[in-house]
Write a protein that binds this ligand. Structure first.
Ligand SMILES: [Zn+2]
Length: 223
């Protein structure tokens, strides 16, 4: 994929093996409570079909939970999960479904009304398909700001995940992105928080803010 935001099944399996030994992989909502420990949450974005065919068998093998942030408008497209598959996944004990916009638009570039429509419609559609409450979301491209975070609250979301943007507070959460170039050394740096601390500082500086806090160790494999 463009941006090297994919991971081979073999490498992913090795990473899960490392996590099974050194970290506690928990459902994403468990990372919303404070406390510094070895908790890690796994998330996948967009709703690709290989979440079902490739990732799930490996997660079942290691008995690790994951959250799938599904772009509601992409359901049933070629290469993406079908409605039927999404329904099945939503009922799986290891899986939580979250929203990821309706059409994967750049939220920083659209009008406030369009953003509201995206947030409400994607949630409504996913709830209709899965028959479950959807109250977690991830921003497409990780794009958000204070107004959008507030809007996502008003639209019924309990928390929203970016990559480095946002405040990394109780509602606005960061993730560490993973990709093809992550060898085990880089993976461990990311999984232990060392990478996040450095990268977060860099990002804050770039934004002209001096504040730097350690993000939760949850990440996005595909943005
Ligand atoms: Zn995405």
């Amino acid at each position: 994929m463009a941006g090297d935001i994919d991971i081979s099944p073999n490498r992913f399996a090795r990473q899960l093996r490392w996590l099974s030994r050194w970290r506690r992989v928990v459902p994403l909502v468990d990372t919303l409570s404070t406390g510094s420990d070895r908790r890690v949450a796994l998330t996948f974005d967009d709703g690709y079909r290989d979440n079902l065919t490739v990732a799930l068998p490996l997660l079942e093998k290691f008995q690790m939970p994951m959250t799938l942030f599904v772009t509601a408008g992409f359901v049933d497209r070629r290469g993406y999960l079908s409605e039927e598959e999404l329904r099945t996944l939503a009922g799986h004990p290891l899986i939580t479904i979250g929203a990821h916009g309706l059409w994967h638009r750049h939220f920083n570039r659209i009008t406030f009304d369009d953003a509201r429509f995206e947030l409400i419609e994607s949630r409504r559609l996913l709830q209709e398909i899965t028959g479950r409450e959807i109250d977690l979301m991830a921003w497409p491209f990780g794009e958000c700001n204070d107004e959008l975070e507030q809007l996502s609250k008003e639209c019924g979301y309990r928390a929203a995940w970016s990559v480095w943007q946002g405040t990394n507070s109780s509602h606005s959460r960061w993730r560490v992105p993973m990709g093809r170039k992550d060898n085990l050394f880089r993976f461990v740096a990311k999984a232990t928080g060392a990478y996040a601390l450095t990268k977060a500082r860099w990002h804050r500086l770039r934004e002209g803010k001096s504040r730097a806090t350690l993000p939760a160790t949850s990440w996005e494999v595909r943005a």
